[in-house]
Design a protein around this ligand. Sequence first.
Ligand code: LIP
Length: 274
Amino acid sequence: EIMNTDEFYNAVLQLIKICGQLIKERTSSRNKKVETKSGAIDFVTETDQEVEKLLIEGLSMAFPDHKFIGEESVAGGLQCNLTDAPTWIIDPVDGTMNFVHSFPHSCISIALFINKLPEIGIVYNPMLEQLFSARKGKGAYLNGKKINVSDANTLADSLIMMEFGTTREEERRRVILENQQKLMPQVHGLRALGSAALNMAMVACGAADAYFEFGIHIWDIAAGELLITEAGGVVIDPAGGDVDRLSRRVLGASSKKLADELAKQLVQIYPERD
Ligand code: LIP
């Protein structure tokens, strides 16, 4: 059943454009206010906090009964609680490390979930003017043009997105390197954009064939999931089976066959749930 989400979609698009302008203006600044969060290489800036505040204020003014899960609100102590109520899941700046370094691959990632399922997903990189959008049952788009996943369906033909992580913890680094070592001789190539949402957008538009990561949170992947599925791909748990959005694990791919083949290869990590 297709829900009418026009009102929500139009409202969030307006806000995103304003917030995107802010991110774009500030990304080249050499004196950003940067603080660390979970560890030495996990950052937050005043822009992350400001953008999240603008989005939540704007959306709750328009839709007073809607709920929110925001990266910086959760970092500030709020619960990460997904209910059936319409809930906006927000990463105000995904790829904060990139933003801090003026590497032009960060984005706003925002999704609307209703009954715990994605209805709207938007990933906007204002530096490169890339607006990825999807609505349940209506396809996925890049700047208004329909996008589709690639037709790669074996690892041997694939370009795989993966990440180096935001922790220096020994065990986590070891598993990341093991996965790189296992995959490198089997695939066309490995890439890391530094943003889960943008990695997923690359899979959605067919520029990459699969992506996986351990340790992400629901706000990193909420919008990207709908982009990939509406573009014809799949999003599953990295060990195979259904994705569990609060498990901090994700694998997205252009096809079920490729997703399953990749899942079988991966050394697994099971981080503490959100
Ligand atoms: C980041 C992700 C990135 C991942 C990090 C982190 P942030 O989000 O997008 O892909 O490796 O774990 O979650 O902190 O820049 O919003």
